[in-house]
Design a binder for this molecule. Structure first.
Ligand code: NDP
Ligand code: MG
Length: 382
């Protein structure tokens, strides 16, 4: 159970909801970090009184330092500053809620400093899964999932005696705003339409990933690393209501699932209070209000990012890092209006074919593969 928490990515969707949970549960905040949102970080610092804050952007950090000069709060800058917050002596748990594989270095810094990790930042596990899980094992550190599906799987696994009892994982997907659309219909979709998620309010990058179903592909890879299963043991099921957050099937064909209204404060709180449970401000689930829940197979011919991720993790090595890097770049270009919606999957698939992978990799190899994949995307737009 967390007593002191450092939040990496405090100004985002997960970070702000985590602060809400901490306030209600009396968890003390030690450090807060963000990229460049000095205004919100200042407000959060004044309210939650961490001893240290950090901004990656140097100019934003300078502004924050000036703004907080009437306080004793230490202001750091750059990725080094974020890594200091990740390894802080006064902290027992680090919530990694940075978006993108920029979270990889601070996550490793937190693990090396033996902090419990509440992990929201899935791209870190996708790009550097072997490094992160090995470091966690070597340092005796727990990776507690925050992603709602992985929290559901983790909750469903409580009480399992042996890993051999776990037969498969049923990973649910909302299907996003474009479920049921054809490739022709998807060709011209706008950013505005892609940002209208039916069930969840999240940061822009993950919302676009949900529309392409890249998010489910990344989550499949995340589940492989978190739960030590083969990709073939994971079945993706479209469940439009986002009430059943995922399930596990055991050796005897029993299926255990976790259900609840779609609200990230449940999985965030469970990661922070694990193994205990407490009341939460989240609305109670009324199954009779829903009446029925639906389950369907995903359309992998239309939403090609999903089979692409499955193929990347089956090939292993740096392949997931390549798909992730290409997607980060393509997702950003789509949000800037520079490429079309269907280009995202095409560019990620092209990068996976073009960029060289290798089975055993170092941190530098991950950064190099990520950069090569991004460069491929930049070279192939238009
Ligand atoms: P947001 O975009 O809302 O927030 C991202 C946070 O990371 C902000 O604090 C941002 O700071 C910071 N940040 C951005 N870029 C960098 C960088 N290069 N280096 C350091 N910090 C950076 O994202 P979300 O909260 O939606 O998502 C965070 C992570 O959690 C993602 O990996 C996502 O996949 C995962 N997740 C999110 C869910 C959700 O409901 N939102 C659900 C499940 C998983 P600034 O504000 O200054 O830019
Ligand atoms: Mg999720």
């Amino acid at each position: 159970m967390t007593k002191t928490l450092s939040i990496l990515g405090a100004t985002g969707s997960i970070g702000t909801q985590a602060l809400d949970v901490c306030e209600k549960r009396g968890i003390r905040i030690t450090c807060l970090t963000a990229h460049s949102n000095d205004r919100l970080l200042e407000q959060q610092a004044r309210k939650y009184r961490p001893h240290t804050v950090a901004l990656v952007d140097e100019d934003a950090a300078k502004r924050l330092k000036t703004a907080l000069k009437d306080t004793s709060i230490r202001v750091l800058s750059g990725m080094e500053g974020v890594c200091v917050c990740a390894a802080d002596d006064d902290t027992d748990t680090v919530l990694t809620s940075v978006v993108g594989m920029a979270g990889l270095q601070p996550t490793l810094a937190a693990i090396e400093a033996k902090k419990t990790i509440a992990l929201a930042n899935k791209e870190t596990l996708v790009a550097g899964g072997a490094l992160v899980t090995k470091a966690a094992k070597d340092n005796g550190v727990r990776l507690l999932p925050v992603d709602s599906e992985h929290s559901a799987i983790f909750q469903s696994l409580q009480g399992m005696q042996h890993h051999t009892e776990l037969k498969s994982i049923l990973l649910t997907a909302s299907g996003g705003p474009f479920f049921g659309k054809t490739r022709d219909e998807l060709a011209g979709v706008t950013l505005e339409a892609a940002l209208k998620h039916p069930n969840w309010s999240m940061g822009a990058k993950i919302t676009v990933d949900s529309a392409t179903m890249m998010n489910k592909g990344l989550e499949l890879i995340e589940a492989v690393w978190l739960f030590g299963v083969k990709p073939s043991q994971i079945e993706v099921i479209v469940h439009r209501e986002s009430v059943l957050h995922s399930a596990v099937e055991f050796a005897d064909n029993s299926v255990i699932a976790q259900l609840g209204v779609p609200d990230m404060r449940i999985p965030i709180q469970y990661a922070l209070t694990y193994p205990e449970r407490y009341e939460s401000p989240v609305k109670k689930l009324s199954l009779t209000d829903y009446g029925s829940l639906s389950f369907q197979k995903p359309d992998e011919d239309t939403f090609r990012c999903l089979p692409l991720c499955r193929s990347a993790i089956e090939r292993g090595g740096l392949c997931p890092a390549i798909v992730n890097g290409a997607n980060e770049e393509a997702n950003a270009l789509f949000r800037q209006g520079k490429i079309g919606f269907l280009d995202i999957a095409d560019l990620a698939a092209g990068a996976l074919d073009a960029v060289e992978s290798k089975d055993d990799y170092t941190l530098q190899d991950v950064f190099d593969a990520d950069e090569a994949a991004r460069a491929y995307v930049r070279a192939h737009i238009g």
